[in-house]
Design a protein around this ligand. Structure first.
Ligand SMILES: [Zn+2]
Length: 356
């Protein structure tokens, strides 16, 4: 009996709970309805609240045009950079495919790092030779006559040397303070313009942290610095700035005897024509005047590079950096100077028929 009574009790309780549940559910439905969560004819207030959800769709559709933009700018960017520097794009291909370049030009900004700051390893890597008899590090001025890449070692050469110099060029003779950076600025500017014109350019140094010997720099006349191959460069252009009193620009003229093996019969005339072409452009396109004899200077026909180069060579002395007025131009106009150098080289390449 007790059990049955208890059972009835439980049934009643369960019914009460279910009833309460139904009542709660009803109340909940009414609340939802009043809030608008339950659809009335397809739309509800909540649906309006949910409206933000379509927003993502809107932003998706606005993504679509954005997808075009990312592809568009990359197309624009290169073509835009082409305009100011139409050189840039044609530079890379021409540099990678020398066969298609208009010619190969070696640009030599002269001495770099001071020899006193170089370690022995640096001197060796930059092509300098240690010779106790000659008092230390340096290089030979000549090849043995009628040879190439066979240092004279003090004999068997023409013996040509400036003033009272011998066959030995001591490393310290090239040390400069101000000049390395000026030369480098002009050289880097010239390189950009030359590449824009379609030339392949090889730099004998691209920073002031190296100081290659002149003999070492001439290796750039050859494919991959391989001096057992025939030289493949068309011209070697030395870019220097002058000191010692004076102002203006000139090229140092070649003259007399050069007897390195393999040089062209027009080694002297082609080098002087190249120097004259470059200097004419510098004088006409910058604030620097012509020094020497209408831009030609005959004082140093025995330069090491003249005596050892395997190809047409020009040696420029661009402005006097110890002249305040020239220095101001050198410090402010390296771009214009570089452009003039490049155009002068191109003038020579075209007029000599060497430009491809
Ligand atoms: Zn010699």
């Amino acid at each position: 009996m007790n059990r049955r009574r208890n059972n009835n009790k439980y049934i009643f309780l369960a019914a009460a709970i279910v009833g309460a549940g139904i009542l709660l559910a009803a109340v909940y439905i009414v609340i939802l309805y009043s809030v608008g969560a339950i659809e009335i004819g397809g739309k509800s207030k909540l649906a309006e609240v949910v409206v933000p959800e379509p927003a993502p769709e809107t932003s998706q559709s606005s993504d679509t045009p954005q997808e075009y933009e990312p592809t568009a700018p990359p197309e624009k960017a290169p073509s835009e950079s082409v305009d100011p520097a139409s050189d840039a794009p044609s530079t890379a291909p021409s540099a990678e495919k020398p066969a298609q370049s208009r010619g190969i030009i070696v640009i030599d900004p002269g001495h770099g790092k001071s020899s006193s700051a170089m370690s022995e390893t640096e001197k060796i890597n930059d092509g300098w030779i240690y010779n106790a008899q000659k008092g230390g590090w340096g290089e030979w001025r000549h090849w043995k006559s009628n040879t190439m890449w066979n240092d004279c070692n003090g004999s068997g050469c023409s013996g040509r040397a400036p003033q009272n110099g011998g066959c030995w060029y001591p490393i310290g003779a090239g040390d400069r303070d101000t000049e390395p950076q000026i030369n480098l600025n002009n050289a880097l500017a010239a390189k950009l313009y030359l590449e824009g014109m379609g030339y392949e350019v090889r730099m004998t140094r691209s920073s002031n942290n190296t100081n290659p010997s002149m003999t070492q720099r001439l290796k750039y006349c050859y494919p991959n610095l391989d001096t057992t191959q025939p030289p493949d460069a068309d011209a070697f252009v030395c870019l220097h700035s002058n000191a010692g009193g004076g102002r203006g620009s000139y090229y140092i003229a070649l003259s007399g005897l050069y007897d390195q093996a393999g040089i062209s019969p027009d080694y002297i005339t082609s080098g002087n024509a190249l120097g004259q072409s470059i200097n004419s452009r510098i004088v006409s396109e910058t604030q620097l005047s012509a020094a020497g004899s209408n831009g030609r200077y005959d004082g140093y026909p025995t330069l090491v590079l003249f005596c050892k180069s395997p190809i047409t060579i020009a040696y420029m002395e661009i402005g006097f950096f110890d002249n305040a007025s020239d220095l101001a131009v050198l410090n402010s106009s390296s771009d214009a100077i570089g452009k003039a150098i490049a155009e002068g080289i191109n003038d020579y390449m075209v007029s000599s028929g060497k430009a491809k």
